[in-house]
Write a protein that binds this ligand. Sequence first.
Ligand code: GRG
Length: 301
Amino acid sequence: MEGRTSDPKKMPMPEPLIELPAFLLERQQLLAAELDRIAPPAERVPSDVHRSIRYTLLGPSKRVRGVLALLVADLFESHEDAMAAAAAIELVHASSLILDDLPAMDDTATRRGRPANHVAFGEATAILAAVALLNLAFGRLASAYDPPLAAALARVLSEAIGSDGLIGGQAADLQLPAHPLRLSEIEPVDRRKTAVLFRAAATSGAMVGGAGEAETQVLAGFGDRIGLAFQIVDDILDSERDKAQDITGERRGHATSLADVVEARERAEELSESAILSLDGFGPRAMRLRELAQFVVNRTE
Ligand code: GRG
């Protein structure tokens, strides 16, 4: 593995936010403030682990999954505060990024334009931080909500992370062949690797908002579609980066290289459109969610 490139003790924290479109910005900022509040202080022992946690959790992120949970909960008037559920989703996301970059996984030295967590803090600390982030996620649910809701939210999150979800998706991703891939090969992996957490975010927002069973299903399906579209766009951006660097024959590490970017773009747009249509029953109050579905396919980073 690469050596540490910088001294974590000298790293300024929290990091600046990546700016989402104006309509998402307020939610993103509230969520970032909540994550800052619940993350262990950097100075507290074990300070390397706490700095490592804060480095990824509070780093420059779109926080799109947590914002999705908040926007879904906003659909319902008499909802409990969805902030803890949104934070739990972001804690899991941060954990997955640290694990994803490790030498045994994607072996990526940089993330968000700066050293990956294990490069900045060392592998052992990065692994401890990732496990601590997962632990914090379930702890937040348990302390923020009444037991029946906390248990239901924990079940949704645990299913999303499990071997039928994130973990299974990552295992499948690691098995993908090194040549450029057809969308039909990638989509089942993308669904588990990424869409499941978007689905869990939307489902959590609906549960906290007190949605009925039918509404929850519609919103889970919305999360699923925009999550898959989000990952396909990620794959497209990866492929375009490869092309710019003239890496066309082989995948760059485990970064996805698509055989047909046009087909992938069409599929992402189709998913976003169908996600938007699925919200018809919610009328104008779902405007923000529709905008989120458009942002997911129009994004450039
Ligand atoms: C036990 C949590 C856990 C995970 C184990 C490592 C792993 C299994 C899964 C990794 C899944 C993964 C990293 C999928 C990629 C998802 C993705 C597109 C990440 C980038 O998301 P953005 O762009 O990130 O939303 P920002 O930087 O905005 O936060």
